[in-house]
Write a protein that binds this ligand. Structure first.
Ligand code: FCB
Length: 505
């Protein structure tokens, strides 16, 4: 691995302990140097320089309530490691998140994937909650280590059986399954062989995907190959604050390519398997706004490393030229080494046509002239999240304008509670959802082929490095008793679903 230039190192100084700084997860991307201070010197996001927000475009809702198409998919999402618990039962093998969580100091409060929201045992109750909400779709992920405990070879039938029961339960209730194949819980045995920086992992992923298409391909479902390859590459391999805890730009770049290769191979296997249903990838994308005229070029580079590095190979069959390199805002990996990873024919595989594109939208960011992401909008309790509902509209219309037409589905969108204690009173989340639904409806009226919206998350759960201290559910979970209670936002969402419209006031 080549050592990045000093410039890129300066931009990529990750905190020694993310919990000490108050800044964790992907949010550290680009925030390395602020006014000469390294990020380790920051105590809170209040110190992120604030730039003025883009001038509002003057748009006003045309109708109240704003309607959605009759077949719009209203969903909620979770992922296996965050909700299931039961990490060592029924033959499940260890994943990189089990290993990572066992390392002292990695997860807030020393939390692990147990108990999660005990969904492995309470899945029937959770189906009941979904019916009560009137959900049209439920997006969950399959734990690869339950299916192939060592990441390759023999299949663990008990793992398949769990997801079969879940999918059958959804179908019985008229809820469309949204099935994510990979939501970050790589079998540890594959990490021991190099993980995503190793090309072989892409082929192992395709084999695992085939097993699942054979097992569940008779069900009309929406499949998502990989959840947020950017987070795995950047937070897991560039910053090291997620599993597998690696901080190496070249490893991050390799993880980008091999995940996208795995995605394309899985889409090919899906077609070959004859599975019914649709398939795509779930990308987290961030609209970026220059803080002034002098930061326009840097913003383009951050857009390349945050968005186009993932969109272009999947939708256009090419990598952008300005995503990787030594300039501020780029992923500071060695360009030659990265090119050498991309073998002839790879880009034809990564761009194997999909049926839909999953868009995960949490917020936007400003960019300064050096390519640092800076605060431009209010942050939530997850201080990497700059809340900007209009950014959803900007993002969706940009996808409409810059890429070949493909149905879009918002596969995640949500915010955490204001405190870490269990609560059911979340007016801020009601406002958040309302404001984002409004922008989604607006985008649809402006010709964006948006077919659905999954709220993150159905349940309070294990929020990665934040452990159980950040609650993102519309349903509250008391982790001691595993009691579930609708929050105010769940009741609000139920009404939106029932009326298929969002009141603008
Ligand atoms: C997304 C992840 C999801 C959850 C939310 C808050 O990036 O895909 O698992 O952690 O953020």
């Amino acid at each position: 691995m080549t050592v990045p230039s000093e410039d890129s190192i300066a931009h990529e100084t990750a905190p020694a302990s993310p919990h000490d700084t108050g800044i964790t997860r992907r949010h550290v991307v680009g925030l390395g140097l602020i006014g000469g201070l390294t990020i380790a010197g920051l105590s809170s996001c209040a110190m992120i320089p604030q730039a003025s927000a883009p001038v509002p475009d003057g748009w006003m809702p045309q109708a109240n309530p704003m309607p959605f198409p009759t077949d719009y998919i209203w969903g909620a999402a979770t992922s296996a490691f965050q909700v299931e618990g039961s990490t060592s039962v029924d033959g499940r093998g260890p994943s990189i998140w089990d290993t990572f969580a066992a390392e002292p100091g990695r997860i807030r409060g020393g939390a692990t994937g147990d108990p999660g929201a005990d969904h492995y045992n309470l899945w029937k109750d959770d189906l009941e909650l979904m019916s009560q909400l009137g959900l049209g779709a439920y997006r969950f992920s399959i734990a690869w280590p339950r299916i192939q405990p060592t990441g390759s070879g023999a299949v663990n039938q008990r793992g398949i059986d769990f997801y079969r029961r879940l999918v059958d339960g959804l179908v019985e209730r008229g809820i469309r399954p949204g099935i994510t194949l990979y939501h970050w819980d790589l079998p540890q045995a594959l990490q021991d062989r190099g993980g995503w920086p190793n090309r072989d992992t892409a082929y192992r992923f395709a084999d695992y995907a085939s097993i699942m298409f054979d097992a569940l391909g008779d069900v009309d479902a929406d499949w998502f190959t990989i959840n947020e390859p950017k987070t795995t590459a950047y937070v897991g391999h560039r910053w090291g604050s997620h599993a597998p805890g690696i901080a190496d730009n070249d490893a991050a770049a390799a993880a980008v390519h091999h995940q996208l290769l795995g995605h394309g191979l899985a889409v090919q296997r899906f077609r070959a398997s004859g599975a019914i249903g649709r398939i795509g990838i779930a990308l987290n994308l961030t609209p970026l706004y220059p803080v002034g005229d002098t930061s326009v070029e840097a913003t383009a580079r951050v857009d390349a490393s945050e968005n186009r590095l993932f969109l272009d190979p999947v939708l256009l069959g090419s990598y952008p030229k300005d995503a990787i390199g030594a300039q501020g805002g780029m992923l500071g990996a060695n360009v030659k080494d990265f090119r050498a990873l991309v073998l002839d024919g790879d880009l034809a595989i990564t761009s194997t046509p999909c049926d839909l594109l999953g868009v995960q939208y949490y917020g936007a960011a400003g960019v300064d002239f050096s390519g640092n992401q800076v605060g431009m909008f209010p942050t939530s309790n997850a201080n990497w999240q700059q809340v900007h509902p209009e950014g959803l509209y900007d993002l969706l219309t940009r996808l409409r304008d810059d890429y070949p037409a493909i149905p879009l589905v918002i596969t995640e969108n949500g915010m955490p509670d204001e405190s870490s204690s269990v609560t059911v009173d979340d007016p801020y989340r009601v406002r958040f959802l309302r404001d984002h639904f409004i922008q989604a409806s607006r985008a649809i009226s402006d010709g964006v082929p948006l077919i659905g919206h999954y709220v993150w998350s159905l349940l309070d759960n294990f929020e990665w490095a934040e452990g159980y201290e950040q609650r993102w559910g519309i349903v509250a979970v008391d982790f001691e008793t595993q009691k579930r209670t609708f929050k105010r936002s769940a009741t609000y969402y139920k009404k939106v679903i029932a009326t298929n419209a969002v009141p603008t006031t």
